[in-house]
Write a protein that binds this ligand. Structure first.
Ligand code: PLP
Length: 418
């Protein structure tokens, strides 16, 4: 019935209320020769390049060539204020007030800057809560923060595990821990969407419980930003950070984002690691030795930003602004729902079945993840991502993936595992 299923996938692509805007992206050619373009399901690892990026970067190169140092003030988009251009679209993307967000550094660096401010172990309140399946960088970062404060990471870092035999954390279990043991917790730092299982956490409920317990609650949004709608301000999140090279399509190692809740940005008593880009821009060039930070997330900036690296982020955020995260999420649920249905009986899906408890990614368990991913690419032109030993991650991205891509993945997996 393959022909019928392919026709159905094509029909879904033609009739979807928000069709893919694939033509705005460079889709890598398919290895394997069956199709011209790959079915690129690895946008959770590295998003595709928007076609608009090259011109944006070229403009900055031209302005640098044409203007030299004058580009700081005379470029088409003057470099001294360049990061300002990203503020409003980034705020819309994560549900923040403009002064609560800033584009800077990379994700792990931002997590450290946030912990330098918000991880203040004192008395018995010393613990950092993460998930056991946290991305390794997060595990290393929190352990090193404990050491930095003279604490033993083994005693300090609490790793949340699913119940035996289960794949996901239950919100009720996280809330229970915070209620029972919250007086020992200094910081809760979880992934909004887990990188391995694709589980979308109940950020609002966990933030509320963590704060009620007297802890600071931060979110790593690497797999959530650009994937699911966020309301960081309304959820009362203390801080958050995200990279922009996954769902935000801004290129390898692209400049990350950071959120600090409004209630903190005015608090000059907070300890910060400071640099000259964190002082008030109105007085920055007086070159005074004493910092006067603005009441915004900008106060956490250190250095003057890399313009060539910010240009792709700006081009990408404009695409998100054009379609809106809510419309993209609706399309994402249709695509991922379709892929989940097509994978039933083909592979064991370890991502939550409830659409409200996942983003676009589906993780499937296979016998040999690396081998499966190799064969998907070489024989079917399907680009997926292996997490050793036995998880393959498939992320239909609403901007550039199609129902037909999902059809190709399902067919290919069926022939490899069948
Ligand atoms: C991708 C990812 C990172 C990567 O960190 P970088 O500092 O951008 O290299 C960190 N944490 C999570 C949860 C991730 O998914």
């Amino acid at each position: 019935m393959t022909g019928d299923q392919e026709a159905e996938a094509r029909r879904l692509d033609e009739t979807d209320p928000l069709p893919a805007v694939r033509e705005r992206f460079h889709v890598p050619p398919a290895p394997g020769g069956l199709y011209e373009e790959s079915a690129y399901l690895a946008g959770n690892s590295l998003g595709l390049q928007p076609r608009a990026v090259a011109a944006r970067v070229r403009e900055e190169l031209q302005d640098w060539a044409r203007l030299g140092v004058e580009g700081h003030t005379q470029a088409r988009r003057p470099w001294v204020d360049y990061h300002e251009l990203l503020r409003e679209p980034a705020a819309r993307l994560v549900g923040a007030l403009p002064r609560e967000v800033v584009a800077m550094n990379s994700l792990t660096v931002n997590l450290h800057l946030m912990m330098a401010t918000f991880y203040r172990p004192a008395g018995e309140r010393t613990r950092i809560v993460i998930e056991d399946s946290a991305f390794p960088s997060d595990s290393y970062a929190v352990a090193s923060q404990a050491v930095h404060h003279g604490l033993d990471p083994e005693q300090t870092v609490v790793r949340l595990r699913p119940r035996p035999g289960e794949e996901h954390l239950r919100t009720e279990d996280v809330l229970d821990l915070l209620e029972r043991d919250g007086h020992r917790v200094a910081v809760v730092l979880l992934g909004g969407v887990n990188y391995l299982t694709g589980q979308l956490m109940d950020m609002q409920a966990i933030t509320k419980a963590g704060r009620a317990a007297g802890a600071v609650v931060g979110w790593d949004l690497a797999h959530a930003a650009g994937n699911v709608p966020l309301r960081l301000h309304d959820w009362d999140v203390d801080f958050a950070a995200w990279c922009t090279y996954k769902y935000l399509n801004s290129g390898p190692g692209a400049v990350a984002g950071c959120f600090v809740h409004e209630r903190h940005v005015r608090d000059t008593s907070l300890p910060r690691l400071a640099g000259w880009w964190g002082t008030d821009p109105a007085t920055r060039f007086r070159m005074e030795p004493r910092i006067s930070p603005p009441a915004s997330a900008d106060a956490w900036q250190l250095s003057n930003p890399p313009i060539m690296a910010l240009a792709p982020v700006l081009a990408s955020l404009e695409i998100f602004d054009r379609y809106g995260m809510d419309a993209l999420r609706a399309r994402s649920e249709r695509l991922t729902g379709y892929l989940a249905a097509r994978l039933t009986g083909v592979a064991e899906i370890i991502t939550p079945a409830d659409a409200a408890a996942r983003g676009c990614q589906l993780s499937v368990r296979v016998a040999d993840a690396a081998g499966t991913v190799r064969r998907l690419a070489a024989s079917y032109g399907v680009i997926a991502d292996a997490r050793e030993p036995d998880v393959v991650r498939l992320a239909p991205v609403p901007l550039y993936n199609t129902f037909h891509d999902c059809h190709r993945v399902a067919e290919a997996l069926a022939s490899i595992t069948g």
